[in-house]
Each structure stands twice: as structure tokens, then as C-alpha cells.
Design a protein around this ligand. Structure first.
Ligand SMILES: Cc1cc2nc3c(=O)[nH]c(=O)nc-3n(C[C@H](O)[C@H](O)[C@H](O)COP(=O)(O)OP(=O)(O)OC[C@H]3O[C@@H](n4cnc5c(N)ncnc54)[C@H](O)[C@@H]3O)c2cc1C
Length: 473
């Protein structure tokens, strides 16, 4: 038995040692702070909690889900963000099932049939058959009956990537060049190149689109197609999935907490938010899109290559105009509102969730360079332009639609774009650096996925980041 004098001395020494060596985190602090309540951050948080760790999620927005965004206030609840869930999305599908979130096959609307796609090229409306036979169609015979954005994938032919993760293999970095060079070498005419540039989802221009990234996109598509059956969506809107994931957390999720600083030390990590709050933990999972991460001060700074990736990786530009349908203006002419054009509207997708041919709203979808014209307009001017352009294709459209929402993903500060759109040279330069842990900070988010893209890529990245932390304990 130790006497009380000696016990006091020991206690004082222990207290002094605690002051000297106290970890940055304290008993009430979580083990891990997750930044961002998108699919990546939420999946990381759920995996870490299942492992027995205490987790706190910090989300800047008052809304859960990030780039999954269901427009609940618009008729038919169209998706502004992630839309289709492939059958190959094992983690996404499994998580939905586990949380009782119902997935529905996406109704193949009669409005969406390829033969009903309306073309509006150089100011001339054509049926699908007319476009295929038109002298203005500059594509080889096999590609004439399809929209040019779909032709782009076909034009590239056989995929040199032997697996879905092959895009990260240095042996394939020879393809990390502008697709424009490849298409020119294949003898495509300037007219064909101009049409391929419209509605290209993987770069603002063909010169800014990486051939390797397109091979990755095609490999992703082939992987998804291995599973026969319709793609899925979440009953009531895709945002219901991240909301259910958030509700399943045991720990705290703080909305309205925009992270501004991450300070990582050997002993722990401290995170500061714009509201002045400070949070401490043993580890951080940073699941922020890179444009959002650009505004966060990191101490110590990231190593050069990782820092360059954060500042330079390109993200897709997409503007959507969501138009509520007051009258189905296309019906009297026997048309579909499903449109492909090289005019300001670019594409229109009808939202016919029930698959009964009754679109409740239409999504005008403008990609890449075409978004600049819309960015320069006020809401009133954008509405005017949209209606004027719609009437050029469908004369009965005036008074038959109402502008319900306008979304410009590249102007959303918490996203900064639709998805990582690696420019030529960026995959070889950055892909193996964006997910490398920095001290006690681990990185997730769709841009750090290794295999499938989109929602499943986000889920995969969260799982990987969580596993990295578990491996350190
Ligand atoms: C228009 C569009 C269509 C798409 N279509 C499909 C599709 O059909 N199929 C498919 O699989 N995928 C699709 N995707 C991609 C898919 O939606 C994304 O890959 C996925 O949702 C990304 O999840 P994430 O967790 O990586 O990022 P996010 O969902 O962006 O989550 C990041 C979170 O971090 C938060 N945040 C940002 N900054 C801060 C900060 N400083 N502090 C705290 N929090 C912050 C954000 O608010 C956000 O909630 C689409 C995306 C878009 C935009």
C-alpha cells in the first residue's frame, strides 16, 4: 500500500505528464471527424461506427446528400444530381437494402425511346429517322442513327483497359492525351468534331477531354452492363438514401458546419468551422469535393503533388433548367419532348417516373462550354431564352411550361461541379496522389474512387478511407 504523500506525488506527476503529453483529443471527443455528408462521408462514418469508433459528421449545408439532390418542390421530384443506380453498384444497393430504402426499376418511358428522340440541328427539327438519313449527318453509317454524345464512346472502339481499375495503371498513361488528336487521326470531319463537342460530359472541349478518362468511362459502362436488368432509383427520390444513412448514425451529424481549417498533429487533428466551433479527434476523413476543399486551410499543407491536384483537378460544368409541364405541348404533333440539339437548350430529358408517358417536368441539360451563355443571364432572362428556344422546336410550348428550378453545379460552392473531369495529363499526374493520407487526415469522395464511378465510386471511397483508419488502430 502506498502512503498518501507518495500517492499525491504520483498523481501530480501523472497530471504533469498529461499536460505535457495530452493528446489533442479528449474523452468527450469523437475518434473520427468526417467532413461532408455525401455518400462518401456517410459510408465512411457508418463503417467506422460498425467498427466501434465514435464518429462526428460535419456538413456545411442544411441538406444531407451533396450531389444527390432530389428537387422535392418540383412536380415529379426530378433529380438535380445523381440519377441512375446501376445494378452493379453493390455497396449502394446493399446499403439501401440494409436501411430499408426501397429501390425501384427506372420505368422505361415511351417518351424515351430512341426512335422518338427529336433532333434540332442547326435550327432544323428532324425526327430520328430524318437525322439518320440527313446529308448534314457527318458520321459513319453505323453511328448515324444515334445522338453524337453516344457516338463518341462507339468511335473509340475496343477498350485498351483490361479492367475497371486499369485507368490508374501507369502502363495506360500513354492514353492520357486529348481525345481530339485521336479523333482527328481517325479522319473525322470538322462538322463531326463540332457535334461531338456538344453535350460531351467529360470535358468542356474535345481538346480538354482525356482519351484515358473516356476509356475509363467506357470500362465503367461495360462493368455496369454485365448486370442485365433496368437501372434503379430510390423510391421518393435518390436523396432519401443519404438521408437514411444519416439517420442510421449513432453519433452526431452537425448541419450548417462549414469546415474552414484542418490542423493535423502527431497527437490528433483539430477542425475549425466558419461558425467558430472547434472539433478534435484522433483522425479525420475528408470527403469534400476538391473545389470545396480549395477553401479549407490545411496545416501542415499537403505535399506538392496532392496540393496541385486539389487546386487544378477539373470538374464538370452542368446547368439544368427544370420546367414543370402545364400542357403536354408535344402530343398534338405526335412528338416526344426528348430532345438532342446543338442549340442553347442542348438536351431535354422528360421526367416520367411512372413510365406512363406523362412527363410531369422536363430537365433541360446543358453541358460544358454551353453553360457560359446561361451563366450570364438572370433567372428572368434564362426563363425567357428557354421558352423562346423551346418554341423554335415545339411551336405549341409557349404557356405550356413553367420554370421551376435552375441548377448550375459548377456555381455551387459546396460542390464546384458535377464530377472530377480529369483533363488530359491529369490522371497520370494526380490520380495516385488524391487519396494518399496526410498525417491523420484520410481522403474520400468520388474523385478518389479506384473502380466504379459516380455514386458507387463515392461509396467505395468512403469504405477505403474507413479501412485505412481501422488499419492504424
Ligand atoms: C448532375 C449529376 C448527375 C449525376 N448522375 C449520376 C448517375 O446517374 N449515377 C451515378 O452513379 N452518379 C451520378 N452522379 C455522381 C454522384 O452523384 C456523385 O458521384 C456522388 O453523389 C458524390 O458523392 P460524394 O460523397 O463524393 O460527394 P458529395 O455528394 O458532393 O458530398 C460532399 C459533401 O461535402 C459537403 N461540403 C462541401 N464543403 C464543405 C465544407 N467546407 N465543410 C463541410 N461540408 C462541406 C457538401 O455540402 C456535400 O454534402 C451525378 C452527379 C451530378 C452532379
Amino acid at each position: 500500500m502506498i502512503d498518501s504523500k507518495r500517492r499525491h506525488a504520483l498523481q501530480a506527476a501523472a497530471a504533469a505528464a498529461l499536460v505535457l503529453h495530452r493528446p489533442v483529443w479528449a474523452a468527450a471527443d469523437p475518434d473520427v471527424i468526417v467532413l461532408g455528408a455525401g455518400l462518401a462521408g456517410l459510408n465512411a462514418a457508418l463503417q467506422l461506427e460498425a467498427f466501434g469508433l465514435r464518429v462526428r459528421v460535419l456538413e456545411a449545408s442544411q441538406r444531407i446528400g451533396g450531389r444527390l439532390h432530389t428537387l422535392d418542390a418540383v412536380a415529379g421530384r426530378p433529380e438535380a444530381g445523381g440519377n441512375q443506380i446501376g445494378l452493379a453498384y453493390a455497396r449502394t444497393v446493399d446499403t439501401a437494402k440494409r436501411l430499408g430504402v426501397e429501390l425501384l426499376p427506372m420505368g422505361r418511358s415511351p417518351l424515351f425511346k430512341d426512335e422518338r428522340l427529336v433532333y434540332f440541328i442547326d435550327g432544323r427539327r428532324m425526327s430520328s429517322g430524318e437525322w439518320a438519313a440527313s446529308p448534314a449527318n457527318p458520321f459513319p453509317p453505323a453511328l448515324r442513327p444515334m445522338p453524337p454524345d453516344r457516338a463518341l464512346g462507339r468511335l473509340l472502339g475496343g477498350n485498351p483497359l483490361k479492367s475497371i481499375s486499369g485507368w490508374r495503371d501507369p502502363a495506360n498513361f500513354i492514353y492520357d492525351v486529348p481525345v481530339l488528336d485521336e479523333l482527328r487521326a481517325r479522319g473525322l470531319s470538322p462538322a463531326a468534331l463540332a457535334l461531338l463537342e456538344v453535350n460531351n460530359s467529360y470535358g468542356p472541349t474535345l481538346a480538354d477531354t482525356s482519351l484515358l478518362n473516356l476509356h475509363y468511362v467506357n470500362a465503367n459502362f461495360m462493368e455496369i452492363m454485365k448486370f442485365r436488368g433496368p437501372t434503379l432509383s430510390v423510391k421518393g427520390g435518390n436523396q432519401r438514401l443519404p438521408e437514411a444513412m444519416a439517420a442510421a448514425l449513432k453519433g452526431e451529424l452537425r448541419k450548417g458546419s462549414r469546415v474552414t481549417e484542418i490542423d493535423s498533429k502527431d497527437s490528433g487533428v483539430s477542425v475549425r468551422c466558419a461558425d467558430g466551433s472547434q472539433h478534435r479527434a484522433r483522425f479525420v476523413v475528408c470527403a469534400l469535393p476538391l473545389p470545396a476543399l480549395r477553401t479549407v486551410r490545411m496545416q501542415p499543407g499537403l505535399p506538392d503533388r496532392h496540393a496541385q491536384a486539389v487546386s487544378q483537378l477539373a470538374y464538370g460544368r452542368v446547368t439544368q433548367l427544370h420546367l414543370e409541364v402545364l400542357e403536354p405541348f408535344w402530343e398534338s404533333e405526335g412528338l416526344s419532348p426528348f430532345l438532342w440539339s446543338n442549340g442553347p437548350l442542348e438536351r431535354i430529358f422528360p421526367n416520367d417516373a411512372r413510365g406512363d408517358g406523362q412527363a410531369q417536368s422536363l430537365t433541360v441539360w446543358i453541358n460544358g462550354a454551353g453553360t457560359a451563355r446561361w451563366d450570364a443571364l438572370s433567372d428572368a432572362q434564362a426563363t425567357q431564352l428557354a421558352i423562346d428556344e423551346l418554341v423554335k422546336v415545339y411551336p405549341k410550348a409557349r404557356g405550356a411550361v413553367r420554370m421551376a428550378a435552375r441548377v448550375a453545379w459548377h456555381r455551387e460552392p459546396l460542390a464546384g461541379g458535377t464530377w472530377a473531369n480529369w483533363l488530359p495529363g491529369q490522371i497520370s499526374r494526380y490520380a495516385r496522389f488524391v487519396d494518399v493520407p496526410h498525417g491523420r487526415v484520410h481522403f474520400a469522395g468520388e474523385h478518389t474512387a479506384h473502380t466504379l464511378r459516380g455514386m458507387e465510386g463515392a461509396m467505395e471511397s468512403g469504405e477505403r478511407a474507413a479501412a485505412e483508419i481501422m488499419g492504424r488502430l
